[in-house]
Each structure stands twice: as structure tokens, then as C-alpha cells.
Ligand binder design. Sequence first.
Ligand SMILES: *Cc1c(COP(=O)(O)O)cnc(C)c1O
Length: 230
Amino acid sequence: MSISQNLSQIQQRIQQIAHQCQRSDIRLLAVSKTKPVQAIEEAIQAGQKAFGENYVQEGVEKIHYFKENKEVEWHFIGPLQSNKTRLVAEHFDWIQTVDRLKIAERLNEQRPVGKAPLNVLIQINISDESSKSGIAPEEMLELAQQIASLPNLRLRGLMAIPKPESDPEQQKVALRKMEQLFHRLQQTFSGIDTLSMGMSDDMQSAIECGSTMVRIGTAIFGARVYGKVA
Ligand SMILES: *Cc1c(COP(=O)(O)O)cnc(C)c1O
């Protein structure tokens, strides 16, 4: 199947699930890490607008390649070291993985004058895995408060990568926790509209639990080959 066929199948599936739970506002983030610009071009031709990249340098090269296209939106979704914040601040439209004040402050300082504020999601380590980035749920409001005071950042919501569970009901425990945190954030701050959770395997459960953005890579672009950057 081609990339455009994959995309339309996933979009249909999202619409179906959204319809079942009476939702209408779910966005698809096409995760294009390791994939060549030709694959992204094909997705753009098929109407896809938002792309997610995990590696700073690779992402910046792609953003540069597509810089004439103002409709395309670039999300940084990988872990970010503080010495790489400048490139993200200068080039991306969104960052979904903020989990420290220091990173937020650097991004705020380094966002170029004249560019729209950088859209920010706070990453929550919802399954409490020591290997994962993200803050603990109890730390959310304090970090949100700090981010909300930085003029060149725009806090939009939350992101999580819940630990995969084979039982959908078990999977929903973490997803429901995220839904509650998201509601709390919405009650406390204005302009909170994005809950980024759900990948290929937990897309349905994630949407049922209030996700507004699902992140899909392999099902659109095919399997990734590491070590051989395409
Ligand atoms: C790679 C990645 C995805 C997409 O994963 P697939 O299994 O290819 O669909 C989604 N979210 C994040 C944060 C990722 O790093």
C-alpha cells in the first residue's frame, strides 16, 4: 500500500472511532523520523499537514527542505538535551516533550523574535517508568505555571507515552489518568486544547479517553530501518 492509501485508511479509522465516542477534533501527527523527504512529500500531497520528528538535526534538515510550504507544521517529539534547545526553538512549531523548567527557559530565550510562540506540551511519565522521560503527575501544575509565564512559549497541553499493555482495559488505566490531568490543566489555564496520546496499538483506547492527537509512524510510512538514515 502507498503512503497516501495508508493515510486515508488511518484517517477513516480515526473518524470511525471519533464518531463512536461523539468526538470530532482528533488530529493525526505523522511521525516521519528516519524517513526520507520523498516520503514526507507524498504525505503532504495526500493532505497531511503535521509531522513529528525525534532527532534534532534530522528534523531541522527536513524543515529546511520544506521551508517554502507554510502549511506544514513540525512537532519535536523526542527527548531534548539542553545543548540542543536552540535548534528546536529556531525551527520547530511545537515541542511535545518539555519536562524541565530549564529546557522551557532556554527555549523561551532562544525563540527568535518575530516567530510565533513555540507551542508546548508537557510530557507526563504516566506509567512511572524510570527509563522514560516526563514529569510525575504531581509536578504538572507547578511546571505549567512556570511555562505559562514565559512569553515566547504557548502552553497547549500534555503528551504521554503510556507503557504498552496487552489488555485494553489495563491500558486504559494510564490513559484515564491522563484524561483527568488534562481536565485539571484545562480548568486551571486558558488555551489548553491538546492531549497527545495514542499510537498504532492503543489509538482506539486513547481516543476513547479523550486524546486530541494521535501519533502514528509505521502504519503510514512502513517500518523504520535504523543505522541507515534514509
Ligand atoms: C516513533 C514514535 C511514534 C510513532 O511510532 P510508530 O510505532 O512508528 O507508530 C509516536 N510517538 C513517539 C513519541 C515516537 O517516538
